[in-house]
Design a protein around this ligand. Structure first.
Ligand code: GAR
Length: 198
């Protein structure tokens, strides 16, 4: 079975959507572990579904690279076919990205390349965007710069709050995530460039 490790930092609504989909015997992927950089509330979803968790906090390490090495060993222990960053709010250093790319994808709440970074929804509102959306992309060494796999867009309701807009975006993201993982697991969506041209 195609196996997925999900890494989170927050509430984990996208994680929960994937765990729920993967609970069906018809779904072609399984979440084998969930990791975080902190005691995130979303880890409770994993516990509810009987999926093992791990937490690797950056503050316990002398450098980002040392932290990333331990995060990588925790991920690799579960031998995943795919790593999903679902609301993971740290930028990963090159030593982990180079090991996992292109088999590591990230969810981002904007239509990249617009509004990369940690405040995408607020930045879209501040810029007066009338349309925004959600992107799933391969993680590379940049901040939200990797190859885009899928995007979904939506109109921004005038005067909407950041929280409400983000909630609307997350509704789209959950469907996107479940579909993208299914497509990667079944080979409909190819991650490596050489797979693409083969
Ligand atoms: C999602 O909207 C995801 O795109 C965003 O965090 C949210 C996590 O929601 N990620 C980023 O902003 C990464 N830069 P969730 O914890 O409810 O799944």
């Amino acid at each position: 079975m195609f196996s997925v490790v999900v890494i989170i930092s927050g509430g984990g609504s996208n994680l929960r959507a994937l765990l729920t989909a993967a609970a069906s015997p018809l779904y072609p992927a399984k979440v084998v572990a969930v990791g975080s950089d902190k005691a995130a509330s979303g880890l409770e979803h994993a516990e509810e579904f009987g999926v093992p968790t791990f937490v690797v906090e950056p503050s316990r390490f002398e450098s980002r690279e040392a932290w990333a090495e331990v995060l990588l060993s925790n991920i690799e222990f579960h031998k995943p076919d795919l790593v999903v960053l679902a609301g993971f709010m740290k930028v990963l250093p090159a030593n982990i990205v180079n090991k996992l790319t292109p088999r590591m994808i990230n969810l981002h709440p904007s239509l990249l390349p617009d509004f990369p970074g940690a405040h995408a929804v607020a930045d879209a509102l501040a810029a007066g965007a009338s349309v925004t959306g959600a992107t799933i992309h391969i993680v590379d060494e940049g901040v939200d710069t990797g190859r885009i796999l899928t995007q979904a867009s939506m109109a921004v309701t005038p005067g909407i709050s950041e929280i409400d807009l983000h909630d609307q975006i997350k509704l789209m993201e959950r469907e996107q995530l479940v579909q993208v993982v299914q497509d990667i697991a079944t080979g409909v969506l190819l991650l490596a460039e050489k797979e693409q041209s083969a």
